[in-house]
Design a protein around this ligand. Structure first.
Ligand code: G6P
Length: 619
């Protein structure tokens, strides 16, 4: 969380930084700020509480000149979201300015030491401690800024990506990372710096991904040097930078005529799933080829257990995968919240396969969970969307979902692609192990090829869903029910609603309703029931009867032509018939649309809901 951006070159930095902040706003939007060194060598900092637009208003009549600068959009960790706690932060003498994404865990100890040396603090942030420490080191040891940054970071425990300006050296921009992402874009006589490539893509497609424990020094005369600062010599080792080509286009970062990124991303799903399957699902040859599996077949075939670890929506995709892997590959699966897994001293064996699922590939808890599992010898396979992110980089193997940038904070197209990738993996293992019949394998592979068109059919009901969504803006609570493969879909539907409309919602296995949630049912309570005609359909129909008997309002997601549920439910949304394991790819679509339209009618900020951030790089 938090987005950082920097520029050094010949152009005016401010517009580039502001545009970059808008692109990174998905990472947090509690406050925004910018630091610029003007031609007179003054270091100006402007900050505002709230979104980047507030910063623009605040800075409109200020001196925003300068060809070097750094900027930040914040998701608050230490200290409430106000202007004082907003980044950038000055050092004591106001010679340095810093921006930071991450958490300095030992900031209290460092702060106490600096206070003894006479340093004073204006904010409650851990970040201000770091900039003071760098300045103190610079003065105390009489070293240049790069060395001061290196020495200071050697004392820091935590995760960070930082960028530092020094008004005494207006020709140099310094950045470093450990645990939080950092990309450098290489232009002509200019460099860009950002938490991800989105602020960089319109200027250059040449990038360098900075690694953990590296500091990068960028200068006006087009010099770029990278050092590892944890090595015994303080100068570390000057590394030969590896320049990569960006596979990202500008149009992927725009709304393309939709009012919100979330709606655009929901409607993109027929195409994004086709992209996810391209080169992998071969319907003509009735085959799935997943290179991450093929290259590591033995690890999967010998696995006595598969542990899936993820957070949020990705965790829901993992739960669906548990059903598929156990059904097709007959390997026991455990699905763990990364944050719980990493701290509960889990028993991990060398023959375990750990699957990490993460859209961003940067979620701190998931990254830590796989590092733990890797240290115990487990094989790590990751399903990620962002190419080159930290999680795929530390994994042994994996599968990218290839859905392009997901910008709406509430995840939609990443979820369906994760479910698709995991289903492909389950099919690969099942066929190779001989634990599923060839008929079943072929039926699912062929059906996968039909899913994009079937999603398009579900999307045709958008206007009707938008229409009845209006009825539910009064609701304070929602219940979502589903069974089997569609129980995680119920939880995902509930998560979507609470994330963007701030209505409290819970997802339950439908049969659990009678053990508690049924007490909540009244004519005020909307209940969304995911009830495609498969598996335990009849039992779910009984659950719907139980809700109606207590006057609850039922919105049912059913298979096309279902006349039974149509007679008892208040609202019905139909999805095409499908293989049971693939029904989540269809049933989740109306739930995404329902949450979206309720949030829109309530006037909520759909793409940037309060308190949330898309990429959670803190624990
Ligand atoms: C945040 C996002 C969610 C996402 C979760 C996991 O909470 O708001 O949409 O599901 O992080 O993120 P990941 O990038 O690891 O999938």
């Amino acid at each position: 969380m938090c987005g950082i951006v920097g520029y050094i070159g010949k152009r005016k930095a401010y517009p580039i930084l502001i545009k970059g902040l808008h692109r990174l706003e998905y990472r947090g939007y509690d406050s925004a700020g910018v630091a610029l060194i003007n031609e007179q060598g003054q270091l100006n900092i402007y900050k505002a509480k709230g979104k980047v637009a507030e910063l623009e208003t605040f800075a409109a009549d200020k001196d925003t000149s300068g060809t070097i600068g750094i900027a930040h959009t914040r998701w608050a960790t230490h200290g409430e979201p106000n202007t004082v706690n907003a980044h950038p932060h000055y050092s004591e003498s106001e010679r340095l300015a810093i921006i930071h994404n991450g958490i300095i865990e030992n900031y209290a100890v460092l702060k106490a030491g600096l206070q003894q040396e006479g340093y004073t603090f204006k904010s409650e942030t851990d970040t201000e401690v770091l900039v003071q420490l760098i300045e103190y080191t610079q003065m105390d040891k009489h070293v240049d800024l790069k060395t001061a940054v290196q020495l200071a970071l050697q004392q820091v425990v935590g995760a960070y990506a930082i960028a530092v300006l020094d008004k005494e050296h207006p020709d140099t921009l310094i950045a470093a990372r450990k645990g939080s992402p950092l990309v450098v874009g290489i232009g002509e006589d200019e460099y860009f710096l950002a938490s991800d490539a989105t602020p960089i893509v319109e200027y250059t497609d040449q990038v360098i991904y900075i690694e953990d424990e590296e500091v990068v020094v960028l200068t006006v005369n087009s010099q770029l040097s990278i050092f590892n600062y944890q090595l015994s010599t303080i100068n570390g080792v000057d590394k030969t930078p590896q320049i990569k080509r960006l596979e990202l286009s500008l149009s992927q970062l725009e709304k393309g005529g939709y009012p919100h990124f979330m709606l655009k991303e929901i409607f993109e799903q027929p195409r994004t799933l086709t992209d996810s399957m391209r080169g992998r699902v071969n319907v003509r040859q009735d085959n799935i080829a997943l290179s991450g599996f093929i290259d590591n077949k033995e690890r999967f075939l010998n696995a006595k257990r598969i542990i899936i670890t993820a957070c949020g929506t990705s965790w829901h995709a993992g739960l669906i995968a548990m059903y598929a892997i156990e059904e097709f590959a007959q390997i026991p699966v455990e699905v763990e919240y990364s944050s719980e897994f990493r701290y509960r001293k889990p028993v991990i064996n060398k023959d375990d396969v750990v699957i990490a699922i993460s859209q961003s590939g940067e979620t701190a808890d998931t990254l830590a969970a796989i590092q733990l599992a890797k240290s115990k010898g487990a094989f790590i396979f990751s399903i990620c969307n962002v190419i080159g992110a930290s999680i795929p980089r530390v994994s042994d193997s994996g599968c990218y979902t290839h859905v392009g940038p997901e910008i709406g904070v509430a995840s939609t197209k990443a979820f369906t692609a994760q479910v698709t990738a995991l289903t492909m993996l389950a099919l690969c293992i099942g066929r190779e192990k001989g634990t599923m019949s060839e008929d079943k394998y072929l039926a699912v592979v062929r059906e996968l090829g039909r899913i994009p068109d079937k999603i398009s059919r579900v999307l045709e009901q958008d206007a009707r869903i938008a229409d009845f969504a209006k009825t539910f803006t009064y609701a304070q609570n929602f219940i979502y029910l589903g069974r089997g493969y569609n129980y995680p879909v119920a939880m995902e539907g509930a998560l979507k609603l609470k994330e963007i409309s701030y209505i409290h919602a819970e997802g339950y296995p439908a049969a659990e309703m009678k053990h508690g949630p049924i007490a909540l049912i009244s004519q005020e309570m909307p209940v969304v029931v995911v009830a495609p005609r498969c598996g335990t359909y009849e039992k779910v129909v009984s659950n719907i009867q139980e809700i109606k008997a207590r006057k609850g309002k039922v919105i049912a997601v059913v298979t096309e032509g279902d006349e039974i549920v149509r007679k008892i439910a208040d609202y019905v949304i139909e999805v095409p018939e499908s293989e049971e394991c693939l029904t989540p790819l269809l049933t989740v679509i109306p739930l995404q649309l329902l949450a979206y339209h309720i949030a829109v009618v309530k006037g909520c900020d759909v793409d940037q809901p309060r308190n949330l951030a898309k990429s959670v790089t803190v624990e």
